[in-house]
Write a protein that binds this ligand. Structure first.
Ligand code: BGC
Length: 760
């Protein structure tokens, strides 16, 4: 292999000329320990080549951010040959990847292979549900399996690094990127972060079907003020440590190889320039030894934020803060070289960053075989695999949340019903693919109409009603939501009139959430609310199937419509999943990972809020914490989700052995009291009643997904240790504070059993 020969030659020179201790003489390159390999390679590199490793270029064909002012294909090819590029993104497919890899490996002086990054967010070609939807499954094994499949497909197409998982906790449904995360809770978010990292990276990173993961966006991006994309973030350290950081910490502990910083500032410092986050917390505090990549051009944005006057100053701030790689910012490539050569930036900062990047390349096995990721035969086989379709279908069904089912409209009868299917989104094969779907083929989702048509013994009439948007939908542009064109409206109402059950598929298009898609209105977009109300006037037997990438404020629907199914954007197999749930071939078990507000004015709204000094009205007057014009409770609470069967919780027992072995054991019985087999997510919450700082009213600290047959009971046990009982105080010390606690158990954050214990 050319690369090996080339590197070997250099290593020999290094051994003879630069390094006196000759471990290299005794072992083959592949057997040398990673650190030694990294050091020996580093010793050969010029400043330009080092900075080159820290340079991440977008490919030549599409962008996932604003196009840079300069840096066209010709320059990128030249820089590849010069060894001035360490990684590329948005280059995919065996052929394309090998083309650029070959330049780096065979035409550059040192032949260092490239990292090939891509936003493999919820699948590569075969798409799984959007991450928020997957999180609604609370099924960690299934989530891990979904990331595994994504890694298998992506790696077969040459990708060795994904920009996932996004582990930003967010309480703000206005922010479009909530679709990409795990919702509002740090405990659930941490477990999901771990599952996703393990799924992508597998047990051996150097396997050809595992890829490096990236915990993003470090940190605070989910708290963008007013839910406005790229906005400023100002949060206290208590929220930072107790709410925002835990999923990042979990990803780090799971061995995630890279972190991505974020576009926001945090308490006045743009994150790309934050030493506090990247060095004090991540690298020094947590001993993270992978690397930090900037977000797209976020180094440049230090200029717009007004903390750097030019690229040179931006580069200095970024490297000092610990940003190791510049994503499509074209900042390091020149400015950092100058800063080093002038002696303004210590070369050791550079060496540290390059070491981190090379380490990941070695661990991926790229130096042994730079072409191991990407194989034309595997690529075709894996990206069209039936097994992958079955697996994403399974994930899609697990992600569906039954929000309301009054009058037992669901499950639909399999025979003898006249069903009207209404809504533009019901026949949409693109929207269900969600927002991050760059590698999937257009229009490849199974639509709800197609899924429903497979159940042949009913009469199904479809009427799409008015279009949700005008023109075309794309990743880069705003959707033009239809608020004026009523074509199809009347016909839809007519179709509904004569049906036994009306299934209405309404909500957001897949391109209404995701990056750059904040909303200030959380209602059904366009003419859909009006359509729902008009159909309701003629037929009240409505099953509302929601499509959305965020919690919606569907208050009217929650009051009037008997049955509501949260179906998010469920990926390639959407229609099959929805139909199987509607017809009862799958009993839904999803639970909301994010609170649904009554109206947008309640946002941010979340279950683990603080009690305040005036939680309730004592004297029938206004002086307590509430709104004058809407109830203060949410529309649907965190953790909520129904089943076609019912569950009963009883026999709560708390055994407190904290004094002797630092544990509190909680047991209770969960019984299926309905007449179908079903799954329940049993949830445990605690409240620390008196703390040195204010504590949330409830905190999720355990859950278990249990399947029970009718009449079956399971005894469930949770053991709480310091990890669950403690929190960070305002000096950033993690402590368990002794005193009174409460325990709550139930099938949502609106719990049904309550107990208490005292830590002494
Ligand atoms: C996003 C990242 C993404 C990157 C590369 C940015 O705009 O914020 O999450 O990974 O682009 O596509």
């Amino acid at each position: 292999m050319f690369l090996k020969i080339k590197l070997f030659a250099f290593l020999v020179i290094a051994m003879l000329g630069l390094l006196s201790q000759s471990v290299y003489a005794q072992a083959k390159t592949s057997e040398l320990r990673v650190e030694q390999k990294v050091d020996s390679l580093l010793a050969l590199m010029t400043v330009e080549e080092k900075v080159g490793q820290m340079n991440l270029y977008n490919g030549f064909w599409n962008v996932t951010g604003p196009a840079p002012e300069h840096g066209g294909a010709a320059i990128k090819y030249k820089h590849l040959k010069n060894g001035w590029v360490g990684a590329m993104l948005n280059v995919r497919g065996t052929e394309e990847v090998n083309k650029v890899q070959r330049i780096a490996v065979e035409e550059s002086r040192l032949g260092i292979p490239l990292l090939i990054g891509f936003d493999v967010i919820h699948g590569y070609k075969t798409l799984s549900p959007i991450p928020l939807a997957e999180s609604a499954s609370w099924d960690l094994e299934a989530i891990k399996a979904s990331a595994r499949i994504a890694a298998i497909e992506a790696s077969s197409a040459g990708i060795n690094w994904t920009f996932a998982p996004m582990v930003d906790v967010s309480r703000d449904a206005r922010w479009g990127r909530v679709m990409e995360g795990a919702g509002e809770d740090p405990f659930l978010g941490s477990l999901i972060a771990t599952a996703r990292v393990n799924g992508f990276q597998g047990t051996n990173l150097s396997d050809a079907n595992t890829i490096a993961a990236c915990a993003k966006h470090f940190a605070g991006y989910g708290f963008a003020e007013a839910g406005k994309e790229y906005n400023t973030v100002d949060v206290g350290l208590s929220t930072l440590y107790n709410t925002i950081l835990p999923p990042f910490k979990a990803a780090e502990e799971a061995g995630v190889k890279t972190f991505m910083n974020s576009f926001n500032d945090l308490n006045g410092v743009p994150v790309t320039a934050s030493e506090f986050l990247q060095r004090d917390i991540l690298k020094n505090g947590w001993d993270f030894n992978g690397f930090v990549v900037s977000d797209w051009a976020s180094m440049n944005e230090l200029i717009s934020w007004g903390v750097a006057k030019d690229k040179k100053e931006a580069a200095k701030l970024a490297i000092t803060a610990g940003s190791d790689m510049d994503m499509e910012g074209h900042v390091y490539i020149k400015a950092l070289v100058d800063l080093i050569n002038e002696g303004t930036v210590d070369i050791e900062l550079l060496n540290d960053a390059v070491r981190r990047i090379l380490r990941v390349k070695y661990e991926l096995g790229l130096f042994d075989n730079p072409y191991k990721y990407g194989n034309k035969i595997d690529e075709e086989k894996r990206t069209s695999s039936q097994a992958h379709h079955e697996s994403v279908l399974d994930m899609a069904k697990k992600s569906i949340v039954l929000l309301k089912n009054e009058g037992q409209l669901l499950p639909l009868k399999k025979k003898g019903q006249r069903i009207a299917l209404i809504g533009d989104l019901a026949n949409d094969k693109s929207s269900p693919l969600g927002s991050w779907r760059l590698a999937s083929d257009e229009e490849t989702a199974v639509s709800v109409l197609e899924g429903m048509q497979k159940y042949k013994s009913n009469t199904l009439s479809f009427s799409k009603g008015p279009v949700v948007f005008k023109g075309t939908s794309t990743f880069l542009k705003e959707l033009d939501i239809n608020t004026t064109d009523y074509t199809g409206f009347k016909e839809a109402v007519e179709t509904a009139k004569n049906a036994d059950v009306v299934v209405m598929v309404l909500g957001e298009h897949g391109f209404q959430s995701g990056e750059g898609r904040s909303r200030t209105n959380l209602q059904l977009p366009g003419l859909q609310q009006e359509l729902l109300e008009k159909v309701y006037e003629v037929n009240q037997n409505i099953v509302l199937v929601l499509n959305n990438g965020r919690p919606l404020a569907i208050t009217w629907a929650a009051e009037h419509i008997p049955t509501i199914v949260e179906a998010w954007q469920l990926g390639t197999e959407t229609g099959n999943a929805v139909a199987q749930v509607l017809y009862g071939d799958y009993n839904p078990s999803g639970k909301l990972p994010m609170t649904f507000p009554r109206n947008v004015g309640q946002v941010p709204i979340y279950y683990n809020y603080k009690n305040t000094g005036r939680p309730i009205d004592k004297d029938n007057n206004v002086f307590y914490s509430h709104y004058s014009d809407v109830e203060k409770t949410p529309l649907f609470v965190f953790g909520h989700g129904l089943s076609y069967t019912e569950f009963e919780y009883s026999n709560l027992k708390v055994t407190n052995t904290y004094k002797t072995n630092k544990e509190v054991t909680v047991t209770f019985d969960l019984k299926n009291v309905g007449n179908r087999t079903g799954k329940e997510v049993a949830q445990l919450y605690i409240r620390d009643l008196v703390g040195s700082i204010t504590r949330p009213i409830k905190e999720l600290k355990g859950f278990k997904l249990v399947e029970l047959k009718p009449g079956e009971t399971e005894k469930i046990t949770f053991v709480l240790s310091s990890k669950e009982l403690g929190f960070y105080n305002n000096k950033q010390q993690f402590n368990v504070e002794l005193g009174d606690f409460k325990i709550f158990i139930g099938g949502s954050s609106e719990t049904v059993l309550e107990g208490d214990f005292i830590l002494k």
